[in-house]
Design a protein around this ligand. Sequence first.
Ligand code: T4K
Length: 370
Amino acid sequence: MNTDEKILVTRSFLPPRKEYDKYLDLIWENHWLTNQGELHNELQEKLQNYLGVKNVTLFTNGHLALDVAIKALGVKGEVITTPFTFASTTHAIIMNGATPVFADIKPSDCTIDEERVEALITDKTSAIVAVHVYGYPCNTSALFDIATRHGLKLIYDAAHVFGVKIDGKPIGTFGDVSMMSFHATKVFHTIEGGALLYADSSLRRSFDLYKNFGITGPETVEAVGLNAKMNEFAAAMGLCNLRYVDGEIEKRHKITDIYREILRDVSGIKIFEDIPGVAHNYAYMPIIIDEKKYGHSRDELFDRLAAKNIFTRKYFYPLTTDYQCFGTEFADAKVDNARYAANHVLTLPLYGELPPEMAENIAKFIRSLC
Ligand code: T4K
């Protein structure tokens, strides 16, 4: 298998140019570019319907949305979280002056291990920040039970789970609040963007406050806030992409099935299967490589694929506990499963426009090395 063209881990979806142009015409007509514009408000409402949640508040990106959620819910002291995530999750906790306490993950789906969460709770714990990884949901009922029994806030980093449902219940309806990322690399995107999803409507005011410098009127500033508003160009992209997201998920599903079919029985390669009762979004195509059985390490496979112009990614390596910026601060964290996953995971190219035969060739090449 040799491709002339570079195949990257993902490729942003772009809607038909004419559809975006229509929104550009409107922006030029309105002369309104940001600060809760017409398109921003329209997208917010459409997402509430699509995602089946009572409230959506839009943000510049997912990270600032998470930052605001932590701030607005008054999270302090210790926060139990996972190191198997993107930098954003851990950084948002620390930048709000709280201390992350790391629980290990379950090897089955790489989400936080709820039993480890319970064991780490102290009288300083104020919240759990859990991450739905690759599109696979956490054990939401166990986490809800733990959070309720211990009086903790439950925040989900739901960056990867746009459109996912558990037994028909939209993913954004679990916990106190969920953050979604609408970054260009996501199943649904607004170029850069993000949102908070929540049931308690009384939170809307503080989320709106924090995303706009704490300003409530021309002469009143009630809180120390950020600038985290979604602009009209980003909202326009979201309005276009929302029309295509079901098709995008369907195409990703087919490609995922091609990978699974070919890789399922390869010795030393673990794939992730659909979970009964879960409507998946096929956000990522992770595989976990056991070099003893497969005959090659994750890094060797990464290099072999790169030599063929196939650029996979090691999401999430390194663990956030191991970042240089933290030195040895989190060296004592007992996160063996997470460390194993970080050292053995590879995410394969997956996006709607990926030709199915390319996925087939990539999978067959991986199988041929065994
Ligand atoms: N929590 C979790 C669990 C997350 O995964 C993320 C973001 C967040 C929180 C924070 O949400 P945001 O604040 O970002 O909304 C990418 C994304 O930038 C990041 O959003 C994402 N997670 C993370 C998993 O992946 P990089 O550094 O790997 O991106 P980059 O630039 O290497 O792009 C990856 C591939 O995407 C490229 O090889 C090609 C493709 N691509 C990329 C861009 C920027 C495109 O096709 N078009 C593009 O415009 O972080």
